[in-house]
Design a protein around this ligand. Sequence first.
Ligand SMILES: C[S@@+](CC[C@H](N)C(=O)[O-])C[C@H]1O[C@@H](n2cnc3c(N)ncnc32)[C@H](O)[C@@H]1O
Length: 249
Amino acid sequence: MFQDYQDIFNKRGDSYHLAMQEEPLARVNEFKLVLDRIQLNDGDVLCDIPSGGGYIRNFIDNDKANVIAIETSDAFFNFCEDSETFKRHLCELTALPIEHETVDYAVSIAGIHHVEDKHPVFCEIYRTLKSKGQFLLADVHEGSCIDDFLDSFVHENSSMGHEGMFVNDDLRADIVKAGFEIVHDQAHKYTWHFDNVDDMVRYCSLLFGIDKATPEQVLAGIEKHLGFEKRDDKVFMNWQLSLLVCDKK
Ligand SMILES: C[S@@+](CC[C@H](N)C(=O)[O-])C[C@H]1O[C@@H](n2cnc3c(N)ncnc32)[C@H](O)[C@@H]1O
């Protein structure tokens, strides 16, 4: 039976985190898709919602910028760094312990599709952003091959299941209703990188909690839904997310 996502991530956080530790750069293009669009100056505040184990840290060059990691599950929260310039909060996405208009950039990567009622989250992000602040959302698009991979292959082969509530016109309407202007809205295709096919299969199995399929079956699922290429002694697995860049009006 399908379980509540917070419950799932409290159980699945360990294996997701292990995947991210074993292959910290596999998703570099995904984080760069978002971070390359912003100019993070010294002292700027970037809020990552939800942050998982705070993986965005690996991709932020400016160590004088302040990062706030927002997480809803204990499992991930405990993995997040806690330092002078990297603060973590365990809280609901609709009740951020952040002052009004103090954040320069809010970033959300592959997390919002787990949230059913998105509008209150977008309103809360809007509240915390400075007047010229920007919200960058990168997530799976409804009807894409990633939707199919997650909600059919992963759903069938993970004992915890997968049912995403992906990017669609209702999500866009919720963003606009919260007060944002969407200034960029596009699907971006890129690759995840691995040293070999076995690493790719293991990473996907751990990241998505695929515990009901053999490695051969996972490989077949990747081939069928995503596709990958071997080049220069590396493996490049196809992935794509939609990026919505939203200005605070
Ligand atoms: C796929 S991870 C993404 C984490 C990180 N942004 C990344 O890219 O690795 C999904 C995130 O959504 C969070 N999450 C899952 N269900 C949630 C819910 N119902 N409400 C809020 N957050 C949820 C999890 O705790 C986790 O941080």
